[in-house]
Design a protein around this ligand. Structure first.
Ligand code: T46
Length: 140
Protein backbone atom coordinates (compact mmCIF):
# COMPACT_ATOMS: atom_id res chain seq x y z
CA UNK A 1 0.00 0.00 0.00
CA UNK A 2 1.34 3.39 -0.94
CA UNK A 3 0.23 6.26 1.28
CA UNK A 4 -1.08 9.04 -0.97
CA UNK A 5 -2.55 11.45 1.57
CA UNK A 6 -3.16 11.44 5.31
CA UNK A 7 -6.38 13.22 6.21
CA UNK A 8 -6.44 12.43 9.96
CA UNK A 9 -4.49 10.09 12.27
CA UNK A 10 -6.96 7.29 11.51
CA UNK A 11 -7.94 8.27 7.98
CA UNK A 12 -5.75 8.12 4.90
CA UNK A 13 -5.87 7.59 1.17
CA UNK A 14 -3.75 4.75 -0.20
CA UNK A 15 -2.89 3.40 -3.61
CA UNK A 16 -3.44 -0.34 -3.85
CA UNK A 17 -0.82 -2.59 -5.36
CA UNK A 18 -2.12 -3.45 -8.83
CA UNK A 19 -1.27 -6.71 -10.57
CA UNK A 20 -1.50 -5.80 -14.22
CA UNK A 21 -0.88 -7.73 -17.39
CA UNK A 22 -2.16 -7.59 -20.94
CA UNK A 23 -5.56 -8.95 -19.77
CA UNK A 24 -6.14 -6.04 -17.40
CA UNK A 25 -5.65 -5.33 -13.72
CA UNK A 26 -6.30 -7.06 -10.41
CA UNK A 27 -6.26 -5.70 -6.85
CA UNK A 28 -6.28 -8.02 -3.81
CA UNK A 29 -7.32 -6.65 -0.41
CA UNK A 30 -6.64 -8.96 2.52
CA UNK A 31 -7.72 -8.37 6.10
CA UNK A 32 -4.84 -7.93 8.54
CA UNK A 33 -2.35 -8.31 5.67
CA UNK A 34 -2.58 -5.22 3.52
CA UNK A 35 -5.62 -3.84 5.40
CA UNK A 36 -5.23 -2.81 9.06
CA UNK A 37 -8.21 -4.86 10.28
CA UNK A 38 -9.92 -8.21 9.73
CA UNK A 39 -12.76 -7.93 7.22
CA UNK A 40 -16.11 -8.85 8.78
CA UNK A 41 -18.44 -7.39 6.16
CA UNK A 42 -18.49 -6.11 2.59
CA UNK A 43 -21.20 -3.88 1.19
CA UNK A 44 -21.45 -1.63 -1.83
CA UNK A 45 -23.43 1.40 -2.86
CA UNK A 46 -24.60 1.57 -6.46
CA UNK A 47 -27.45 2.85 -8.61
CA UNK A 48 -27.41 6.24 -6.90
CA UNK A 49 -29.95 8.84 -7.98
CA UNK A 50 -28.44 12.00 -9.48
CA UNK A 51 -27.48 14.46 -6.77
CA UNK A 52 -28.21 12.03 -3.95
CA UNK A 53 -25.86 12.39 -0.97
CA UNK A 54 -25.28 9.57 1.53
CA UNK A 55 -23.60 9.05 4.86
CA UNK A 56 -24.13 11.86 7.39
CA UNK A 57 -23.06 9.75 10.32
CA UNK A 58 -20.04 8.52 12.27
CA UNK A 59 -19.20 5.17 13.83
CA UNK A 60 -18.15 4.73 17.42
CA UNK A 61 -15.95 1.69 16.77
CA UNK A 62 -16.15 0.61 13.15
CA UNK A 63 -13.17 0.88 10.82
CA UNK A 64 -13.76 0.83 7.08
CA UNK A 65 -11.90 0.75 3.78
CA UNK A 66 -13.74 2.40 0.89
CA UNK A 67 -12.98 1.82 -2.78
CA UNK A 68 -14.82 3.36 -5.69
CA UNK A 69 -14.52 0.31 -7.93
CA UNK A 70 -16.34 2.01 -10.80
CA UNK A 71 -16.93 5.70 -11.55
CA UNK A 72 -16.19 8.32 -8.93
CA UNK A 73 -17.57 10.00 -5.83
CA UNK A 74 -16.41 12.46 -3.20
CA UNK A 75 -16.07 11.45 0.45
CA UNK A 76 -16.06 14.19 3.08
CA UNK A 77 -14.51 13.24 6.42
CA UNK A 78 -14.82 15.33 9.57
CA UNK A 79 -13.16 14.72 12.96
CA UNK A 80 -15.23 17.32 14.77
CA UNK A 81 -12.59 20.02 14.31
CA UNK A 82 -11.70 19.90 10.67
CA UNK A 83 -13.38 18.73 7.48
CA UNK A 84 -11.40 17.15 4.64
CA UNK A 85 -12.55 15.70 1.36
CA UNK A 86 -11.15 13.30 -1.15
CA UNK A 87 -12.23 12.40 -4.67
CA UNK A 88 -12.41 8.64 -5.07
CA UNK A 89 -11.95 8.21 -8.79
CA UNK A 90 -10.00 5.03 -9.35
CA UNK A 91 -10.31 1.40 -8.30
CA UNK A 92 -6.66 1.49 -7.30
CA UNK A 93 -7.36 3.96 -4.46
CA UNK A 94 -8.57 2.98 -1.00
CA UNK A 95 -9.66 5.27 1.82
CA UNK A 96 -9.18 4.08 5.40
CA UNK A 97 -11.90 5.63 7.56
CA UNK A 98 -11.30 4.99 11.24
CA UNK A 99 -13.79 5.36 14.04
CA UNK A 100 -15.28 8.62 15.32
CA UNK A 101 -15.17 10.37 11.96
CA UNK A 102 -18.27 11.92 10.44
CA UNK A 103 -18.57 11.04 6.72
CA UNK A 104 -20.63 12.25 3.81
CA UNK A 105 -20.55 10.87 0.27
CA UNK A 106 -21.60 13.01 -2.66
CA UNK A 107 -21.11 13.79 -6.36
CA UNK A 108 -21.45 10.19 -7.49
CA UNK A 109 -20.95 9.84 -11.23
CA UNK A 110 -23.66 7.86 -13.06
CA UNK A 111 -23.02 4.16 -12.55
CA UNK A 112 -20.56 4.66 -9.70
CA UNK A 113 -20.05 1.73 -7.33
CA UNK A 114 -18.57 2.40 -3.90
CA UNK A 115 -17.44 -0.80 -2.20
CA UNK A 116 -16.77 -0.74 1.55
CA UNK A 117 -14.89 -3.34 3.59
CA UNK A 118 -15.82 -3.13 7.26
CA UNK A 119 -14.23 -4.40 10.47
CA UNK A 120 -17.51 -5.54 12.07
CA UNK A 121 -20.98 -6.77 11.17
CA UNK A 122 -23.75 -4.24 10.76
CA UNK A 123 -24.77 -2.74 14.12
CA UNK A 124 -27.04 0.28 14.18
CA UNK A 125 -25.97 0.96 17.80
CA UNK A 126 -22.48 1.82 16.50
CA UNK A 127 -23.85 4.70 14.38
CA UNK A 128 -24.01 8.33 15.46
CA UNK A 129 -26.50 9.85 13.04
CA UNK A 130 -26.89 13.24 14.71
CA UNK A 131 -24.10 15.77 14.08
CA UNK A 132 -24.41 17.53 17.46
CA UNK A 133 -24.22 14.18 19.27
CA UNK A 134 -21.13 13.36 17.19
CA UNK A 135 -19.49 16.66 18.13
CA UNK A 136 -20.21 16.10 21.81
CA UNK A 137 -18.76 12.56 21.72
CA UNK A 138 -15.79 13.51 19.52
CA UNK A 139 -14.75 16.37 21.81
CA UNK A 140 -14.91 14.30 25.02
C1 T46 B 1 -20.87 4.13 5.97
C2 T46 B 1 -21.06 4.61 4.59
C3 T46 B 1 -19.78 4.75 3.82
C4 T46 B 1 -27.76 -2.75 6.58
O1 T46 B 1 -28.81 -3.36 6.87
N1 T46 B 1 -26.56 -3.40 6.58
C5 T46 B 1 -25.39 -2.78 6.27
O2 T46 B 1 -24.33 -3.42 6.30
C6 T46 B 1 -25.43 -1.39 5.93
C7 T46 B 1 -24.15 -0.67 5.57
C8 T46 B 1 -26.64 -0.75 5.93
N2 T46 B 1 -27.79 -1.42 6.25
C9 T46 B 1 -29.06 -0.71 6.22
C10 T46 B 1 -29.21 0.42 7.21
C11 T46 B 1 -30.16 1.37 6.53
O3 T46 B 1 -31.48 0.96 6.78
O4 T46 B 1 -29.19 -0.10 4.92
C12 T46 B 1 -29.88 1.13 5.03
C13 T46 B 1 -29.05 2.25 4.39
O5 T46 B 1 -27.89 2.48 5.21
P1 T46 B 1 -27.28 3.92 5.42
O6 T46 B 1 -28.33 4.94 5.32
O7 T46 B 1 -26.46 3.89 6.68
O8 T46 B 1 -26.31 4.02 4.15
P2 T46 B 1 -25.21 5.12 3.83
O9 T46 B 1 -24.85 4.95 2.41
O10 T46 B 1 -25.64 6.46 4.28
O11 T46 B 1 -23.95 4.71 4.76
C14 T46 B 1 -23.24 3.52 4.47
C15 T46 B 1 -22.94 2.75 5.76
O12 T46 B 1 -24.17 2.54 6.48
C16 T46 B 1 -21.98 3.45 6.66
O13 T46 B 1 -21.52 2.56 7.65
O14 T46 B 1 -19.84 4.42 6.58
O15 T46 B 1 -22.01 3.83 3.82
Amino acid sequence: MQLLERLFDNCALYRHPVIADDRGSLVALEGERNLPFAIARVYYLFGGAAGADRGFHAHRQLQQWAVCVSGACTIVVDDGRERREVRMDSADKGLLIGNMLWREMRDFTPGAVLMVLASAPYDEADYIRDYDTFLAEARK
